[in-house]
Design a protein around this ligand. Structure first.
Ligand code: SF4
Length: 194
């Protein structure tokens, strides 16, 4: 809990922000309304994923979403301080998914590519069900998913032989530029049936 609290203050730069978030969730739940949380995975919190989802479930959160950190704005300016490597975090993310699934709650993953998720790709958010508009700086984006795929991500050389090439947006551009493509192993047709 202390680590979670410290992490929240690090990002919000505001004492008491964790308690305020918890209180906010409690208030919404007291009106019998649904709550969805989104946790962006960063260097400061990836090893606390299970604790974070357990806390969310304890508070009655209905839908937990875990996101690969979008490396834009402040995240890009502080890239090496906050952005972890995919292979360093993915086991923690999977462990958190297992903890939520075990309790029969809803969990989705966002921004992670199938070749990194493997079997956990089935938890990737379904954008047909969850499509919404996005206010991005001063523009309104009609389709969040298409925008993220076409504007914020890119595919690399390894993607050319991947069966997901058509429907996968690839890595966040800044991630690919700085960390490269060495974690990416295309999924070949023959592996899919294996
Ligand atoms: S298209 Fe590229 S990033 Fe997407 S799953 Fe295939 S290899 Fe991975």
């Amino acid at each position: 809990m202390a680590k979670m609290l410290k992490c929240m203050i690090f990002f919000t730069q505001t004492e008491g922000s964790f308690d305020e978030a918890v209180e906010g969730i409690k208030v919404v739940k007291s009106f019998n309304k649904k709550v969805r949380t989104n946790t962006c995975v960063c260097k400061q919190n990836y090893d606390q994923m299970v604790d974070i989802v357990e806390k969310a479930m304890e508070l009655g959160v209905d839908h937990i979403n875990i996101s690969n950190l979008h490396t834009t704005k402040k995240a890009y300016e502080n890239f090496h301080e906050v952005v972890p490597k995919l292979f360093d975090v993915i086991d923690y993310v999977k462990e958190a998914v297992d903890a939520v699934v075990k309790k029969g709650r809803d969990i989705t993953l966002e921004g992670y590519v199938p070749c990194v998720l493997g079997d956990y790709s089935k938890y990737s958010i379904d954008w047909d069900e969850n499509n919404y508009k996005l206010l991005f700086r001063d523009i309104v984006v009609d389709n969040y998913s298409t925008f993220m795929d076409n504007v914020t991500r890119k595919k690399g050389k390894p993607c050319r032989s991947c069966i997901h090439e058509e429907n996968c947006g690839g890595l966040y551009k800044e991630y690919a530029m700085i960390y490269g493509w060495h974690e990416i192993n295309p999924i070949e047709e023959q592996e899919e049936g294996a």
